[in-house]
Design a protein around this ligand. Structure first.
Ligand code: NAD
Length: 326
């Protein structure tokens, strides 16, 4: 039976990877899926990200906060995979309003529309909802203790979505993942920011002492984890997706400098981000029990990612030029 999938936020970095993979046969159980992409085309949304599969999906420009639009669009879909969000922590520190609207209210309205339409909701979230952890790893039962407005808004969306499972019996599945990297990532996030700046021989800004630790995963592994949860996860359950590659920002910077043949003189130390979480770490045993293993070794994935930005300046230069220059 053909699966009818609505991908919200499908023109962004991770959502577009999911759509490209789905439409090119990467998820065999959903081969031939009918795909609709709903995206507001906020600053990080870009139809060029879907160029390789142009013509293979229906596109609707719109907002997940728009209940009327959702009431007409969600019926007729079996599954909604929600990537739509405001995603940049730094922006949430200076202008959090839109984070509360999209990540909390939008997620809520999407859950309500799924309930009305009888569609399953797969809600994509982040390890940042747990706050910061010195040692060890969070399980899915860890209490939420978000620190940034971004993380707090994501946590609000998560618990609202899950409340629809508990209260109404809606089939909601939540995934929480670490830091993603790969092609088509908006060049304000650390890896594409550093790569594109170094390609133009501009210095890169490193926060604080550089010892903050992040768990890195290739976007393709993240999407395969989401798909496994969509196909075989349990309703009302949360699943961690981890790349099992923890690096300090200093270590990551060293790898990027080496990949781009640049030295440490290209690094400019800048004051730490306000409320900067020290470390994130996920225990992904629940997803591994379903058979998940990240397939991309970090060194290989990073080399391929750097190569992609080297080869695609026409994609990133206009986006970089739209950012305030550091
Ligand atoms: P992104 O910023 O590249 O893409 C977000 C997309 O959502 C954009 O296309 C944007 O136009 C769209 N959007 C924003 N507000 C909208 C609204 N109100 N209605 C409809 N569309 C809207 O972000 P991303 O990195 O692809 O992240 C996707 C999801 O994955 C987010 O929920 C994020 O919290 C989560 N996540 C990201 C990472 C990461 O490292 N990037 C890690 C874990 C989880």
């Amino acid at each position: 039976m053909v699966t009818r999938v609505l991908v919200t936020g499908g023109a962004g970095f991770i959502g577009s990877h999911y759509v490209r993979t789905l439409l090119t046969g990467g998820f065999p159980a959903w081969a031939g899926a009918e795909v609709t992409v709903l995206d507001k085309l906020a600053y990080s949304g870009n139809l060029a990200n879907l160029e390789p599969v142009a013509g293979g999906y229906a596109f609707v420009q719109g907002d997940i906060c728009d209940s009327e639009l959702l009431a007409s669009l969600v019926p007729g879909h079996d599954v909604v995979v929600n990537f739509a969000a405001e995603t940049h922590v730094d922006r949430s520190i200076t202008a959090a309003d839109v984070f509360a609207l999209t990540n909390v209210v939008g997620t809520h309205r999407l859950a309500a529309a799924c309930l009305e339409a009888g569609a399953r909701l797969v809600h994509v979230s982040t390890d940042e909802v747990y706050g910061s952890i010195e040692t060890g790893s969070w399980t899915e039962e860890a209490p939420l203790s978000p620190n940034s407005p971004y993380a707090a808004a994501k946590a609000g969306g998560d618990v609202l979505a899950l409340s629809y499972a508990r209260t109404h019996g809606l089939d909601v599945r939540v995934t929480r993942c670490g830091n993603n990297y790969g092609p088509y990532q908006f060049p304000e996030k650390v890896i594409p920011l550093f790569v594109t700046r170094l390609l133009e021989r501009c210095p890169v800004p490193l926060y604080g002492d550089g010892l903050n630790v992040r768990d890195w995963i290739h976007v393709d592994d993240h999407c395969r984890g989401i798909q496994l949860v969509a196909e075989r996860g349990a309703p009302g359950e949360v699943y961690h997706i981890s790349g099992a590659t923890e690096l300090t920002n200093l270590e990551l910077t060293g790898l990027l400098l080496r990949a781009l043949d640049a030295g440490w003189e290209m690094v400019r130390r800048v004051p730490d981000r306000k409320g900067h979480d020290r470390r994130y770490s996920l225990d992904d045993g629940r997803l591994r029990a379903l058979g998940f293993r990240p397939a991309t070794r970090f060194e290989d994935g990073l080399a391929a990612t750097v190569r992609w930005y080297v080869d695609n300046p026409a994609w990133w230069k206009p986006l970089r030029d739209s950012l305030p220059q550091a």
